[in-house]
Design a protein around this ligand. Sequence first.
Ligand SMILES: [Zn+2]
Length: 424
Amino acid sequence: MGRLLKGGQVVNPVTGSIASLDVLLEGNMVAAMGADLAHTDHEVIEVTGQYVLPGLIDPHVHLREPGQTHKETIATGTMAAAAGGFTQICCMPNTAPVTDEEQTVRYIREEAQRCGYATVHPIAAITTGLRGTELTDFAALRRAGAVGFSDDGRGVQSAAVMRQALLTAKALAAPIVVHAEDETLSAGGCVHAGEAAQRLGLRGIPSSAETVMIARDIILAEETGAHVHMCHVSPEEAVAAIRAGQGRGVRVTAEVTPHHLLLTDAELETWGALAKVNPPLRAERDRQACIRGLLDGTLSMIATDHAPHTEQDKARGIADAPFGFVGLETSFPLLFTAFVASGVMPLAELVRLMSTEPARVFGLRGGQIRVGEWADITVIDPRQTRVVNPAEFRSKGRNTPFAGRVLAGWPTLTIHAGRTVFAS
Ligand SMILES: [Zn+2]
């Protein structure tokens, strides 16, 4: 017996169109799409007035397992993904042990499969132990299922190591995923080097700490012909450097987070350590540059950079608390409310940024609902508004500076491989 999603508005981010279509699911596949499909012996799921999207895909998540399961586990992180409408996520290698060996890549994939909430694609470490010196075994990690390589959480300080990483990744057709941070410039900083840092008497991280490494890695990608993907871009100058690199034909793609699109360092005065993230929330002109970069295609996808921490971690004050926000359960409604409901971009474009483009860049299936393909589907309700309440999160992390916001566009149903993994 199939299941019929009846009466929804199906979003096609590839054509940019939205159409009234029923979607028939059989097993783990999409079996048929059409207006008013017959429903004699199917289970009917009524979704009139709601939007039916391809499952969202997040290229940048910290699942904390193995090693820091008090902050998050693969089970709780993928449950949070499902609640946020994500059916596939890429996870970062700054685990304990670091994801720098095949067995850890395999463990993460298998544990995610066992949990069944979302497909997890590990991004393996560039260097062993994230120490920045010795390359990991890229070929073996790729065979084990790594979709890219990154030392995320730290920048690769040596240009020579990065150049070798780019050459090795190119031979395997995998992207190098760059956390851009020159530690000689960021050292000791905890927030953006701007007005809020001055007022609060905090040590700043200048924009140049990020931009110089982005510029360096664009030059190295140009020289090697490798594909470099820039994580969580935040300063105006970095957006300009990426735009210029793309203009010269360099294989450089980039992601931006909801918090860098929606918040500035002014939040530190309200939220304290709950507004501490790396790269830091920056100035209004940086935020505006990120929005322009998103609208002109320089920054071609959204990444949550979901980074769960405990309440005690975040209670240590701005200088000492760890960096990061949770994001899986709030990102879609945040951007739907800020950009789609307000008319800045069409819904199909937001879905392209949050599904189709990450699928294309990381070589994943999905990104479009099609007959004969895997049934990864997210249904969202444009009319239902709800307050962000961290106490309700599936994630173990509650650390978000978006608590209390009233948002629209919440997921009501997430289907992963034909199975309902979230329903509100
Ligand atoms: Zn990072």
